[in-house]
Ligand binder design. Sequence first.
Ligand code: PLP
Length: 281
Amino acid sequence: MSMVPLNLLANGETGDYLVTGSWSQKAYKEAKRLASIHLAADSAADKYYTIPERNTWDISKDAAYLYYTDNETITGVEYPAIPEVEGVPLVCDMTSNFLSRPFDVSRFGIAFASAQKNFGPAGLACVVIREDLIGKAGPKTPFLCDFKIHADNESMFNTPPTFNWYMAGLIYKWIKKKGGLKAMDELAKERSNKLYDVIDNSGFYTNPIDKKIRSRMNVPFILKDDELNAAFLSEARQNNLIELKGHRSVGGKRASIYNGMPMEGINALIEFMQDFEKRHG
Ligand SMILES: *Cc1c(COP(=O)(O)O)cnc(C)c1O
């Protein structure tokens, strides 16, 4: 988030931002501290439950890039497709849905993701960058924040986290063995659709996000009755279903179901949710 403006806006250029949730908002805030930034669209007024319509985006003339977050991890909002924009490089934070569906790399200036959601242990990030965007850092850009230093040294200018690289390599092989990114996408859709169906058909659980932009990776839901929150979590825990508490900024519940989540996990959660509803609904 810091490296993007430190590399692409070092000579007074402007970067445009689509703010559709807490991660893009963080990136926007950080960039604003460092460079000239323009807010192209913002869904804060909708509690970040929506993605502003394409025709409302205010992209500045000569923007050096347009930044967005492909999957907003906390509210569970995901772009259904790569945004259609012309003449401006897209910069995308794919941290929470990287390698969960095929994507056309050629559409991006930069696509980046840190590892710990979909491809490895924390401590590693993958940056895919168009070659002509390398080498634009300014004289005050710290050298470890300069994409060129990393590119020229094959990501080994400083000591890389070798264990994490190794683990990521194993996961890449696992993804290939499972059928690659198309298979990851199909599994992600199947997992999330199963959960959304249970939520939508219940009258007890709700999810406020429009079907078209619901996340395949993070499924937040709220219980009809706030008083049942604690019971839900403790009973879930007794069934070995953990980490279901929603992010503190939005409350409720959240099932984060990244590449590594097997269908058995979804089925177990569904069984528990339906049973809990029967007993408390
Ligand atoms: C988790 C997350 C991050 C932060 O990753 P860190 O490696 O903890 O900095 C950034 N962006 C998105 C979309 C995320 O979900």
